[in-house]
Design a binder for this molecule. Structure first.
Ligand SMILES: Nc1ncnc2c1ncn2[C@@H]1O[C@H](COP(=O)(O)OP(=O)(O)O)[C@@H](O)[C@H]1O
Ligand SMILES: [Mg+2]
Length: 281
C-alpha cells in the first residue's frame, strides 16, 4: 500500500527522523531498525538508515552489506557535503532502502562529531520520508545528536528486570529533558517467559500504548546471521506481522514537523541538570 501524500512529498517537507535507542545492549535495536525500515519501504516510500552505533555497528551485518563505505568517509568532505554528494556514501540495499554504515573499526568512532551527525540527518531527511537511526547504548555523548534531532524516539526494552530498571531511568532522564512527547516504548520479546508480564510494563514505566514485538529467537537470530531481515523472507511469522503493524501505526500517526522551534541543546540541558544536582538545588 502506498501512503497518500508521502510518496509525493514536497521537497520543502522534511522526512521524519526516528532514533532507535535502548538503555541496555542486546535488546534488539538493530533487529528493529532493519526490519522496521524494510516494513516501511514496502509502502513504497523513501527510507534511509543510519548506523549510529559508531563503535560496534551491526547494520551492515544485518543487511549483508559488503562495502566498507561508511560515515567515516564523509568526515573529510563534511564541509562540501550536500544531499547530492551524500548519495555517494550510501549503500543501496536490494529492498530499496539506503544505508549509511558505521565505520568498520571502533577506533574510528571518535572521528564522527556532532556537526557531522546533524548535517547528515538533515540532508537525509530532505530526501527520505523516514530516516531511521540505530544508536549506541544509553545516553552516551554520540547518541545525543540523534536523540535531539529525532522526531520520534523508539526506546526498546525487554521484560528483563535489569533492562526495565535502566529503561525507567533513561525514560526519566528523557522526561527531564522535556522529550517525553517524542518517546515511544517498544517491548521487544514481549511473549518471553519472565517474572514480569508485558501487560505490566505500562504501569511500571508510567507510559501508554507501547509497541509489542513477540519473542522468536530462531527467526531473529537466523535472520541476523544470514543478513536477511525476516520481514523480507518470513513475512507470515508473528514477529514480521508485528513489524508490519508497527510500520502501519507509525505512518498513520505521522505528522511532519516542517517548522521546528530551535531549542537549547540537549547538552546544555543535561549540564544544567547535573549542576543543579551538585549544587543541591
Ligand atoms: N523479537 C525477538 N525475539 C527473539 N530474539 C530477538 C528478538 N529481537 C532481537 N532478538 C535477538 O536479540 C539479540 C540482540 O539483538 P540486536 O538487534 O543485535 O540487539 P542490539 O542492537 O540492541 O544490541 C540477537 O540475537 C537477536 O536475534
Ligand atoms: Mg545493535
Amino acid at each position: 500500500m502506498e501512503v497518500t501524500g508521502m510518496a509525493h512529498r514536497e521537497k520543502s517537507q522534511r522526512g521524519e527522523i526516528i532514533a532507535v535507542c535502548s538503555a541496555k545492549g542486546g535488546v534488539g535495536r538493530t533487529v528493529l531498525t532493519v526490519n522496521l525500515a524494510i516494513a516501511l519501504r514496502k509502502k513504497n516510500i523513501q527510507i534511509s538508515v543510519v548506523d549510529g552505533d559508531f563503535q560496534f555497528g551491526d547494520i551492515g551485518l544485518a543487511l549483508d552489506i559488503q562495502s566498507t563505505l561508511s560515515i567515516k568517509d564523509i568526515v573529510e568532505e563534511a564541509d562540501s557535503l550536500d544531499q547530492y554528494s551524500l548519495v555517494n556514501f550510501l549503500n543501496k540495499h536490494e529492498s530499496g532502502i539506503k544505508v549509511l554504515s558505521a565505520p568498520d573499526r571502533p577506533e574510528y568512532a571518535d572521528l564522527i562529531n556532532e556537526p557531522i551527525i546533524d548535517k547528515v540527518l538533515d540532508l537525509l531527511a530532505l530526501e527520505h520520508d523516514y530516516v531511521l537511526a540505530d544508536t549506541g547504548v544509553g545516553l552516551q555523548e554520540k547518541n545525543l545528536p540523534f536523540i535531539e534531532k529525532a522526531d520520534q524516539i523508539l526506546l526498546v526494552t525487554t521484560l528483563e528486570m535489569a533492562t526495565l530498571k535502566n529503561t525507567k531511568l533513561m525514560l526519566e532522564t528523557l522526561e527531564t529533558l522535556g522529550l517525553e512527547d517524542k518517546v515511544q516504548i517498544v517491548i521487544n520479546r514481549s511473549t518471553m517467559t519472565s517474572v514480569i508480564n508485558a501487560g505490566d510494563v505500562s504501569g511500571i514505566l508510567g507510559i501508554e500504548s507501547p509497541y509489542y514485538i513477540p519473542n522468536d529467537f530462531n527467526v531473529a537470530s537466523q535472520s541476523l546471521n544470514i543478513g536477511i531481515p525476516f520481514v523480507i523472507n518470513q513475512g507470515k511469522t508473528d514477529i514480521s506481522k508485528a513489524y508490519f503493524k508497527m510500520a502501519e501505526q507509525l505512518t498513520s500517526r505521522r505528522e511532519i514537523m516542517v517548522f521546528k522551534q530551535k531549542e537549547p541543546s540537549i547538552w546544555s540541558k543535561l549540564f544544567q541538570q547535573s549542576k543543579r544536582i551538585k549544587e543541591g538545588g
